[in-house]
Unconditional design. Structure first.
Length: 155
């Protein structure tokens, strides 16, 4: 069947309309403890997680959950034989439990990362460091949020 002008324009219009439909990403509405455990296990696998060597500086009480300052540091000499490979930060109640992954090398000089995070509610924040000998170390801190993120009115 030969393609007519009418058929060609009909198909071209359909493709154009289909291209303007927004792509919707579905996220969970509420986090669960199982989501946090799964996110941590995706990073560490079945390895044992020890406490110590990691320090998490985060305010215990924040007024606004939209910008919470946080610093994670790890006690490590950062030499070629002994260094921090990565630092992973997780939260308990945000829809996405993995806040961030930071990858380091010995040339970083210091095993420390600082950033600002969003917290949806009062919750626990967990930082896990992976060392060059493939051991995992963690620290956790509870943060009380008086005004949760994503609830402010837009002006």
């Amino acid at each position: 069947m030969p393609t007519t002008r009418r058929r060609f324009l009909s198909l071209a219009g359909g493709v154009t309309v289909a291209g303007t439909i927004p792509v919707i990403t579905l996220r969970p509405l509420q986090a669960t403890p199982a989501m946090l455990t799964t996110a941590i296990r995706n990073v560490v696998g079945e390895a044992q997680i020890r406490t110590g060597r990691v320090k998490l500086d985060i305010p215990p009480l924040v007024e606004n959950g939209n910008t919470v300052p946080m610093t994670v540091s790890v006690a490590s000499p950062m030499t070629a034989a002994d260094y921090v490979k990565s630092i992973h930060v997780f939260n308990e109640k945000n829809p996405q439990p993995n806040i961030g992954n930071f990858y380091l090398t010995p040339s970083a000089g210091r095993a420390q990362v600082s950033t600002r995070i969003r917290l949806a509610d009062t919750q626990k924040v967990v930082a896990i460091a992976r060392l060059s000998d493939d051991t995992f170390w963690q620290v956790a801190a509870d943060v009380v949020v008086t005004l949760a993120a994503c609830t402010e009115e837009m002006n």
